[in-house]
Design a protein around this ligand. Structure first.
Ligand code: GCO
Length: 437
């Protein structure tokens, strides 16, 4: 099934890019900053450092994205800037994030604001991060403050970015801070992330209601289906639990208002029911997996690549058709409007990205034609940035950044995306890269 040739994205559809504070701003000081400083944690030995200096260059960056025809921008606020010491708030930082939202409006761009994108202020990490019993309270206070300060500028909120990924990599796999490798810690952290989201959502809703503003809330849900690679019963059985934990447990818990097994026993959690108004979806790839009991960090499965599928520089399979099914399934299951809060590809020479964008937006169009309400598409990312444990080695940007001069250079894919943003149509002829793919 292909989207019809005359498909047009509606005028209200949001086309933008997504970034996260620690990855682009520069000069952040949080649990990641400490982690990066310790040997062996970052693949290329880099530290986030000045990153893309986006904190001081956000105006020019937004103007550039606006010139590229984009009408939305997803960014995150850095908690450690706003509350560097527990209970002490930095008004300059709050003003900064309000100014970013204001700049978006000035350019006719809709801001989408993430409150937590992987980093904790060091004081909170020291208290246990996702395992800290007081985390929901701290997060609610932080969320209230942000909503009170710039809630008049922001309608779309993301409470927590990819909570399950954060837990799997930080509390089970030990690849990210706090570097834990414990099933018990991971269970506590999953429950903590759920409570954090619930408390944050309640706080945003409460302040928005008090001040008479509309606030729509979601997490940024990372979907990455784990499909059995063979017909073996063992692989089918082995894939089921990790697939559920990764892709459904968090959303189902929100939907039911209960902490579902295998983390809880179905007990109710205050504030959880009704804490999502739309569904933010981060999607990159799906995985084919086989049973492998040694991979405790992956809950007992290991990925196998299909040699016929093209892959990104990260080794992630490029599977645009899957996106239509995912959108249809998520709409069927949760009945919430969907915002694609991230989708992109690590591709340093831009030979994949032009076609990647075209094909993925075509998959979105197919889902929309089938009746799925998709609000927008945020490409990850506007510019190359600090890719967590991979350092600066992965290039996700529509723009390349010369890190010695901070010059931004457009890649050809930026123009391909621009033409879709402007015409709201998907080109009939495939983009340049498809010939070689
Ligand atoms: C994530 C994050 C982003 C990443 C992006 C590319 O999914 O890990 O939300 O911070 O940089 O997804 O891996």
């Amino acid at each position: 099934m292909s989207a019809s040739a005359d498909f047009r994205f509606p005028p209200s559809f949001l086309f933008g890019c997504a970034t996260a504070a620690h990855q682009v701003e520069g000069g952040t000081s949080n649990d990641w900053t400490r982690w990066e400083g310790l040997p062996g944690h970052i693949r290329d030995g880099s530290v986030s450092g000045v990153a893309c200096d986006h904190y001081s260059r956000y105006e020019q960056d937004l103007e550039l994205l606006h010139e590229l025809g984009q009408n939305a921008y997803r960014y995150s606020v850095e908690w450690s800037r706003i509350e560097p010491v527990e209970g002490r708030f930095d008004h300059d930082a709050l003003r900064h994030y309000r100014d970013v939202a204001r700049k978006c409006h000035e350019l006719g761009m809709t801001p989408i604001v993430t409150l937590h994108h992987f980093t904790f202020p060091q004081w909170l990490a020291d208290l246990g991060g996702l395992e800290a019993t007081s985390l929901p309270w701290f997060f609610a206070r932080f969320a209230s403050l942000c909503t009170a300060f710039f809630g008049d500028q922001v309608e779309y909120w993301v409470t927590v970015n990819e909570p399950v990924i954060l837990v799997l990599l930080g509390y089970l796999g030990g690849y990210w801070p706090p570097g834990a490798q414990s099933m018990m810690a991971a269970r506590r952290a999953l429950k903590g992330a759920l409570a954090m989201h619930a408390a944050g959502a309640a706080a945003i809703h409460a302040v928005a209601e008090e001040t008479g503003h509309s606030a729509k809330i979601s997490i940024a849900h990372h979907e990455r289906r784990l499909l059995p690679a063979t017909s073996s019963v063992l692989d089918h059985v082995a894939a089921a639990t990790p697939d559920y934990v990764l892709n459904r447990w968090f959303l189902r818990s929100i939907q039911t208002g209960r902490v579902l097994p295998p983390v809880g026993h179905g007990e109710r959690m205050v504030g959880l029911a009704g804490s999502m108004d739309y569904l933010g979806l981060n999607w990159y790839t799906n995985e084919r997996v086989v049973f492998d009991p040694r991979r405790r960090d992956m809950l007992g499965v290991r990925t196998v690549l299909n040699p016929d599928t093209p892959v990104s520089d990260y080794g992630w399979a490029i599977l645009p058709f899957d996106l239509t099914d995912i959108l249809v399934d998520l709409w069927d299951l949760f009945g919430l409007e969907i915002m694609i809060t991230e989708n992109g590809v690590a591709d340093s020479d831009d030979h994949l990205r032009p076609d990647f964008i075209v094909q993925h937006l075509r998959a979105v169009a197919r889902a929309m034609e089938g009746g799925v309400p998709v609000l927008g598409y945020m490409h990850w990312s506007s510019m190359d940035n600090f890719e967590w444990a991979e350092g600066y080695s992965r290039k996700f940007g529509l723009m390349e950044v010369d890190r010695s001069t901070m010059e931004r250079r457009l890649r050809p894919s930026a123009r391909v995306y621009e033409s879709i943003c402007r015409t709201r149509e998907i080109p009939a002829v495939q983009a340049r890269a498809s010939a070689s793919a």
